[in-house]
Design a protein around this ligand. Structure first.
Ligand code: NAD
Ligand code: TYD
Length: 366
């Protein structure tokens, strides 16, 4: 029996696919509807292991299409939404800012409108209430980048740090966060927001630092380090982020924000050198060979110096903590990419974009 139906947006992307996998495996009594437009970042091969599960449904569609989103809510009567669909890469936001406004801002507002209309008149959880079924919840997945850049070494982003986005990506995510809060304050929409640090792990599109560098090391290509490699990021294994989303969805308090991070800061250059050593060992290359591929290139425009999350609230209140030490997570990640070279090859060749046509369109036309 289905106890609740949850819309997960962006479920074919990097983090979304791990969230979908966790929910369909863990909650056989939930119906999970994955709405994804399958942009360049969406890859249904990420979900091959769960695509035939009876509690899983994939819908291809665009969150910027308001009529379509409203119709989907009418069709499925969602109890909850976990919203991850977004344009997510800072470098692309610098060259194509308007696409980030469309998906991250307009797309989010379309979902908020559809949820507000669909849930109007239903009992709403009040502030601070735990959103246990059958109350509704709109869960917005956001980033630590909305807080801008930290300049004092001992400082961390907390839930009350003022927003100070610096890139078109973070500005669009900050805007979407503001809209989510505004719908809560103005219309009483039951919402929760999490702001997470940099994720790493299997299935990440190889435009982001770690999968790009793993791929380039494998193929003896240069490793483009922006500026002097002195920027600092706080890294969290993607499955630990999915576990945090599960916790917050079920136990987080309505109207609250939770920061998610691993207390795991790395200067880019130190991280890259560690990765090079791990890759040398795994590939049986002499130590130092991969590091010779490091190439310093022009810095990213407006490159934030340091992000670091204070995750005390989610740890103390909800009892979440990362399950993996970074060195272990990095080993696992490298192993995954090395044993899934077909995944990387399909993504870099563009072959992955045919998966929907072959697997899904065929299935529906049979
Ligand atoms: P991703 O780029 O890997 O995936 C985004 C997914 O959204 C893709 O499957 C894409 O097809 C889909 N999508 C894009 N536009 C769409 C549209 N108009 N309609 C429907 N689907 C659309 O992103 P990710 O790294 O998995 O990030 C997921 C979410 O988590 C984003 O909201 C991002 O801001 C946030 N986040 C990411 C990180 C990180 O390190 N990657 C950290 C914190 C927060
Ligand atoms: P990225 O993975 O793009 O995540 P974000 O910009 O959201 O933090 O980049 C992580 C860090 O690595 C960031 O400081 C930029 C840097 N970087 C490089 O030095 N070279 C690269 O080719 C990429 C993609 C990133």
């Amino acid at each position: 029996m289905t106890t609740q139906t949850i819309l997960i947006t962006g479920g074919a992307g990097f983090i979304g696919s791990h969230v979908v996998r966790l929910f369909v495996n863990q909650y056989a009594d939930y119906r999970i509807v994955n709405l994804d437009q399958l942009t360049y970042a969406g890859n249904l091969a990420n979900l091959r292991d769960v695509e035939t599960y009876p509690n899983y449904t994939f819908v291809r569609g665009d969150i910027t299409d308001a009529a379509f989103v409203r119709q989907l809510f009418g069709q499925y009567h969602f109890d909850g939404v976990i919203h991850l669909a977004a344009e997510s890469h800072v470098d692309r936001s610098i060259t194509h800012p308007l696409e980030f406004v469309m998906t991250n801002v307009i797309g989010t507002v379309n979902l908020l409108n559809a949820a507000k209309e669909a849930w109007q008149g239903d009992r709403r959880p009040s502030d601070g209430e735990r959103p246990e079924a059958p109350a509704h919840l709109f869960y917005h997945v956001s980033t630590d980048e909305v807080y801008g850049s930290l300049h004092r070494p001992e400082s961390f982003f907390t839930e009350s740090t003022a927003y100070d986005p610096q890139s078109p990506y973070s500005a669009s995510k900050a805007s979407s966060d503001h809209f989510v809060r505004a719908y809560h304050n103005t219309y009483g929409l039951p919402v929760v927001i999490t702001n997470c640090s940099n994720n790493y792990g299997p299935n990440q599109f190889p435009e982001k630092l770690l999968p790009l560098f793993i791929h380039n090391i494998q193929h003896h290509k240069p490793l483009p380090v922006y500026g002097k490699g002195e920027n600092v990021r706080d890294w969290l294994y993607v499955v630990d982020h999915a576990r945090a989303i599960d916790k917050v969805y079920h136990q987080g308090r309505v109207g609250e924000t939770y920061n998610i991070g691993g207390f795991n800061e790395w200067r880019n250059l130190d991280l890259i050198q560690l990765l090079c050593r791990v890759m040398d060992r795994k590939l049986g290359r002499p130590e130092g060979e991969s590091a010779r591929l490091i190439t310093y290139v022009t810095d990213r425009a407006g490159h934030d110096l340091r992000y670091a999350i204070d995750a005390a609230k989610i740890m103390n209140e909800l009892g979440w903590k990362p399950s993996l030490q970074f060195e272990e997570g990095l080993e696992k990640t490298v192993d995954w990419y090395l044993t899934h070279s077909d995944w990387l090859a399909d993504v870099t060749s563009g072959e992955y974009q045919r998966y929907y046509d072959t697997q899904y369109t065929d299935r529906f036309t049979k």
